[in-house]
Each structure stands twice: as structure tokens, then as C-alpha cells.
Design a protein around this ligand. Structure first.
Ligand SMILES: Nc1ncnc2c1ncn2[C@@H]1O[C@H](COP(=O)(O)OP(=O)(O)O)[C@@H](O)[C@H]1O
Ligand SMILES: [Mg+2]
Length: 427
């Protein structure tokens, strides 16, 4: 059994910076758990606490059923790979990979066998007699991984091991990490800010923001059934459409989502209708991914929006349309950052803020500052958002066209103004 259990683990850096806030999480024996979140959200801090490289300020860390808060790193049976897996430059690949076993005074025949075997699995068996300086970035990361795992640790920790590689190498190594780690059955905690990496690699994903755990689940669960608007937005490869709606229940016949110029009907037969109806008269936030929308004919009578195509964008495997629909823009709701004024570094330039800024790249600066949906809704400002629609490989529209957009109502995600879900996610 090699489990990792975090029980309300907190990290406050000297100077008072709250990097991880009462985070509880469990990696099962043999599980591949991915920690995902924007840069600066505390992923590395958490991983380093598991490795024993950072002290746990508060809460409990259990490794393999043993309280490990004060266990020395070498007594944890944990191996870690970093973004730049530093190698010994004067040792060969074989020498680098054998090093942890030599230190442990393992039998030389066994060392040789183990290194050879692992180098084959990692596709670096041809490079065993070379020095790190002669290897490509991808090969060096393979060696670093081999050296970490050669001792067969109980727990394998990886901190963005692919982020310095180019796209092709990243994809290749991603698949190999997955099959290697699974064939070894080592409990693995893998840190990344890349949602594709998380979705493709993980048994389960734990997603963090501002030091706080937002959601945990299988890739399918957190992609299709995210706990918060932040999670939904972070996992969307294309920008998530977020629209404010007023909930109405005219004559109790059905639930109406009123977007101003547009309305969508949610029949009582929809499993979410009752939970939404609890917000009658109030405003909610509706999220829909661009692939939950599609061009339809003018005569279409199903649920739809309408607007004018402002721009088309070519993405190779698909086109996206930006359609002016006269709906106000809503930012991804987030709780206020408790760390913002603590004098710590970071926080400001983080990934989510970057993402929010990109979402509102065309908005006036004063509006780009407004990240709270409550705020947006309260002051009722009039900035308009484009609805982003996925068009597939052949665009049905041209710029300037009048557009009718069919909506897959089953794919609407329904959030309270604070970003939490109206209908509880199924876990
Ligand atoms: N030694 C440190 N002292 C003070 N603050 C730190 C220290 N290390 C990291 N931080 C801050 O803690 C936050 C989380 O950092 P980190 O765990 O590295 O985030 P991530 O790995 O998710 O990008 C960041 O704002 C970072 O600037
Ligand atoms: Mg990091």
C-alpha cells in the first residue's frame, strides 16, 4: 500500500504568504493523480511538502499510512522529477541512472539489469554510454525519469516534467510516461498547468486555484460535470461562453432562462429544472462550451440564440465563430484572493488572471479589472460579449452573416453568481 493522504494541509511561507490553504486530498495505491491549476496556485508547494522539501505549516500528511509531517525526505521512499531534470554532467546515461542504486549499495549485476531494462522502456537504451551534454531535451528528461524511478520508490512525484519540451516531444513522452508509470504501478502525483496533459494522463485530476482545492474527479467527471465555473473554464481548450441569465417560471409551466434578447426553455423533465427554479427571479450564470453550440437554419425551432458573425477564426482542425448576440460579458467568478494583500510574491501575474485578461482582451481596461460576476451583475454594465461557436472544418457562415445558433440545452452548465454549481456535480 502506498497512499498519499493530505488532511487540511496548509503552507504559509515565511513572511506570511498563504500558498496552500487547508487542502485535503487522497491518492490511492497505484493511482496516477494529476494536480492541475494556473501558475502560482500552489502545486509545486504541495508536491514539495509531500517530498519533504518544504515543511507543512499545519494539517497532516500521511504517506503509506504513516504520519509524515516530520519525516526526513530520505525516509519517505519518494522520488521526484523536476521541470529541468538536472543530471550529473560527467556521468554517462548509465552512470546517471545507476547512481541511486549504487548509493544504496545494490548488487552490481542487479544494477546493470535494472538500468538496461528501464532504459529500454524509456527508449534511451541506445544512449547508455553517452553523456547528458550530447542528448536532446527529451532524452535528458527520460534519463531524469529513469534515475528517479530506478529504485522503485513507493511514490513518484513529477513537477511539470514536460513543460520545457517542444510540442511533438511532449506528446510522445506523455504517452510513454503514462504506460511506464502504469506498468510499474507506482502511486504517482503529477503536477501540470496544462489541461490536455491532465486530461490525457490522469486517473483522477485535482484542480487548484489560489491555494485552494476546487474539484477532484476523473477527467470525464471534471470536464463534463465541473464543480465550479473556474474548473469549467480552466478545462476548456477553447474559451468557455459564460452568460448571465434571469430565471423565470412563467405560470409554472417550465423554467425559462432569460438572457434578455434570447430565452431558453428548460422543461420540468430536465433533471436540473427544480434546482434552477429555486433561483426564480434571480440571476445565475450559464456556461456553455463552443461545441455545445452549432449553426442552424433560419427555420429551426429548437432552443437557439441569434446574432451577427463578427469574426471567424481558423484553428486547423476547426473554425470558431465569434457571434455578437447582445449579451453582457461575465468574467469567471472567483472568490477574492485571500493572499492578494499579504505582501507575498506572485498571485498577480498568475495563469488565471492571464486567462481572464485574454478573455477580455478587447474590453476597455476599467472593465478588465472587474473579475467578480457579482460585481458585473450588480452594476449592470453594458459591455457585450461574443458567443463563441464551433463550426467544424467547413465554416457554415461568413463574417457579417446573420447567424442562428442551435443550443444543446443538456450541455448547459449552471452556476450561482459565486461560481459554484446550482445542480450538485455527481461524484
Ligand atoms: N519560498 C517561497 N517563499 C515565499 N513565497 C513562495 C515561495 N515559493 C513559492 N512561493 C509563492 O507561493 C505561491 C505558490 O507557488 P508554487 O507552489 O510554486 O505555485 P505553482 O507550482 O502552482 O506555480 C506563488 O505565489 C509563489 O510565488
Ligand atoms: Mg510549479
Amino acid at each position: 500500500m502506498s497512499t498519499v493522504v493530505l488532511d487540511k494541509v496548509t503552507k504559509v511561507y515565511p513572511g506570511g504568504y498563504l500558498a496552500v490553504d487547508r487542502l485535503s486530498l487522497r491518492a490511492e495505491d497505484g493511482e496516477f493523480l494529476v494536480l492541475l491549476g494556473p501558475s502560482g496556485c500552489g502545486k509545486s508547494t504541495l508536491l514539495r511538502m509531500i517530498a519533504g522539501l518544504e515543511e507543512v505549516t499545519d494539517g497532516d500528511l500521511w504517506l503509506d499510512g504513516q504520519l509524515a509531517n516530520h519525516l526526513a525526505p530520505r525516509d519517505r521512499d519518494v522520488a521526484m522529477v523536476f521541470q529541468n531534470g538536472a543530471l550529473y554532467p560527467h556521468r554517462t546515461v548509465r552512470g546517471n541512472m545507476a547512481f541511486p542504486l549504487e548509493i544504496a549499495k545494490a548488487d552490481p549485476a542487479l544494477v546493470r539489469e535494472r538500468v538496461t531494462e528501464l532504459s529500454k522502456a524509456l527508449h534511451i537504451d541506445e544512449t547508455l554510454d553517452r553523456r547528458p551534454g550530447t542528448l536532446s531535451g527529451g532524452q535528458r528528461q527520460r534519463v531524469a525519469m529513469g534515475r528517479a524511478i530506478v529504485r522503485q520508490p513507493k511514490i513518484f512525484l513529477m513537477d511539470e516534467p514536460l513543460s520545457n519540451l517542444d510540442a511533438g516531444m511532449r506528446t510522445e513522452l506523455r504517452m510513454e510516461i503514462s504506460s511506464l508509470v502504469r506498468s510499474l504501478g507506482v502511486t504517482t502525483v503529477y503536477v501540470t498547468h496544462d489541461q490536455v496533459e491532465a486530461l490525457t494522463l490522469a486517473d483522477r485530476i485535482a484542480i487548484m486555484n489560489r491555494g485552494v482545492l476546487q474539484d477532484v474527479g476523473t477527467p470525464g467527471q471534471i470536464y463534463n460535470d465541473p464543480a465550479t465555473a473556474f474548473v469549467a473554464a480552466f478545462l476548456s481548450s477553447q474559451q468557455l461562453n459564460l452568460l448571465p441569465a434571469t430565471v423565470r417560471t412563467p405560470q409554472n409551466q417550465y423554467v425559462l432562462l432569460d438572457f434578455g434578447p434570447h430565452q431558453l426553455v428548460m422543461p420540468w423533465s430536465d433533471p436540473r429544472a427544480y434546482a434552477v427554479s429555486q433561483h426564480t427571479g434571480g440571476q445565475i450564470i450559464v456556461g456553455i462550451r463552443p461545441d455545445g453550440l452549432a449553426p442552424v437554419q433560419e427555420s429551426y425551432e429548437g432552443p437557439s440564440f441569434f446574432g451577427r458573425v463578427r469574426a471567424l477564426e481558423y484553428h486547423g482542425h476547426e473554425w470558431l465563430a465569434y457571434v455578437e448576440c447582445g449579451v453582457p460579458a461575465v468574467a469567471v467568478p472567483e472568490p477574492p484572493d485571500p493572499r492578494r494583500n499579504t505582501g507575498g510574491r506572485g498571485g498577480e501575474g498568475g495563469g488565471l488572471r492571464g486567462k481572464v485578461r485574454r478573455m477580455f482582451a478587447s474590453a476597455p481596461a476599467e472593465h478588465a479589472q472587474q473579475e467578480q460576476v457579482g460585481h458585473n451583475l450588480r452594476d449592470g454594465h453594458h459591455r457585450r460579449a461574443d458567443l463563441i461557436v464551433r463550426l467544424g472544418v467547413r465554416p457554415a457562415w461568413r463574417t457579417g452573416d446573420a447567424a442562428k445558433i442551435g443550443v444543446d440545452v443538456t450541455r448547459l452548465m449552471l452556476f450561482k453568481p459565486d461560481g459554484s454549481r446550482i445542480d450538485p456535480p455527481r461524484r
